[in-house]
Design a protein around this ligand. Structure first.
Ligand code: PLP
Length: 385
């Protein structure tokens, strides 16, 4: 692994020594092609596109600057920016599979990761087994001789359950299985899965890297061999290209990543604290809630928590959840998360047929507002239950 750098050094300085005219903000190389002074230079670039500027579907300097920073933040050797989080998942999973292979995956993983396994890969003769992820023995039991990938997401993003990353990585390494983790929730500010022996990290950069709900992007980080393999196979072929302006917006977004994550964590702790004492709250699903059954594991493998969590309201009446949602001021009703703003997503909004137990589940994203404003809003909305 590359030498570990200080986070501020990465976010504010790494790769920025030679901007033209002493510019502080990086240039946007808005170009599709790069030209060569000689036949020989042209030939060399054609022979190794992964390491040359030839065509922006492959590499682009603005895109590469963001990748350099994410690779360093994740304690990896290399990273690749792609057009969405789903593209990051698909490209890294597909790159290591062929017909007849098998994947072990966490059952509460991001919905489109599950669609990839259930609807897409089954067409090409790839099988999968789901595990809850909370029990190491379940992973061991699910592994077959043809298992090529263990797919993780820790924590998951509706129930917020963790996997023991060090233990799963060790289990996989013994058997030559690649481990891929979705690290979108914790971000490298709070969790570095590669340090625990996980092979590949994927992110929806749409969330905290962008940080302002104004772009869609994804990124993959890991060892140079793995990233180059993904580049040569799925990335180049499927053409999931990031554009230079999106990369520039991401570079602007991550300038404040460290300070935003700290604020999301502090604000969320205040909200969790408030809700934990509320008589109408039945359960809180947040890894850094002291009563969470995986609290010790959370502290062992993460340095802090993000702003996204769920709670259950003491009701089984979907109309009460609708009323609560409509009364809740300052929380926008929307999918996604990771921006500056607070959001609410009742499970029943996407599952009209939700079971009684799940009707009461509400996911919120705590943004960068003053927590007191959000607490007053929650207090007011919970009165209707
Ligand atoms: C949003 C999200 C994704 C998908 O990312 P897109 O950028 O929307 O394609 C993947 N994983 C998690 C945990 C997410 O929240």
């Amino acid at each position: 692994m590359s030498e570990k750098k200080n986070v501020t050094e990465i976010l504010h300085h790494l790769g920025e020594d030679n901007f033209p005219f002493g510019a502080v903000s990086p240039p946007i190389f808005q170009t599709s092609i790069f030209s060569f002074p000689t036949f020989e230079d042209f030939q060399e670039a054609m022979g190794d596109e992964a390491h040359h500027y030839l065509y922006t579907r492959g590499n682009n300097p603005t895109v590469n600057l963001f990748e350099t920073k994410i690779a360093a933040l994740e304690h990896g050797e290399q990273a690749k920016l792609v057009s969405s989080g789903v593209a990051a998942i698909s490209a890294s999973v597909l790159a290591f599979l062929k017909a007849g292979d098998h994947v072990v995956a966490v059952k509460d993983a991001y919905s489109w990761a599950k669609t990839l396994l259930e609807k897409y890969l089954t067409r090409f003769g790839v099988e999968y087994t789901y595990v809850s992820g909370t029990d190491l023995a379940e992973f061991a039991a699910a592994i077959r001789p043809n298992t090529k990938i263990i797919y993780l997401e820790s924590p998951t993003t509706f129930r917020f359950e963790l996997q023991d990353l060090k233990a799963v990585a060790a289990l996989a390494k013994e058997r030559g299985i690649k481990t891929i983790i979705d690290n979108t929730w914790a971000t490298p500010i709070f969790q570095n899965p590669l340090d625990y022996g996980i092979d590949i990290v994927v992110h929806s950069a749409t969330k905290y890297f962008g940080g302002h709900s104004d772009l869609v992007a994804g990124v993959i980080a890991g060892k140079a061999d793995d990233i180059n393999h993904i580049f040569r196979t799925e990335f180049q072929n499927i053409g999931t290209v990031p554009d230079p302006f999106m990369a520039w917006l991401l570079l602007r977004g991550i300038r404040t990543l460290q300070i935003r994550m700290k604020a999301h964590y502090e604000n969320t702790q205040q909200i969790v604290n408030y809700l934990s004492g509320h008589p109408k709250i039945e359960e809180i699903l947040y890894p850094f809630y002291v009563k969470n059954p995986q609290y010790e594991l959370a502290k062992a493998q993460m340095r802090g928590g993000a702003g996204l969590f769920s709670f259950k309201i003491r009701t089984r009446d979907a109309s009460k959840i609708a009323e609560f949602t409509n009364k809740l001021q300052f929380f926008r009703k929307a999918v996604s998360w990771g921006g500056y703003e607070s959001l609410v997503f009742p499970y029943a909004a996407s599952h009209p047929d939700a079971s009684e137990e799940l009707v009461s589940l509400v996911r919120v994203h705590i943004g960068l507002e003053e927590p007191q404003l959000l607490i007053e809003s929650l207090e007011n909305a919970l009165k209707c239950v």
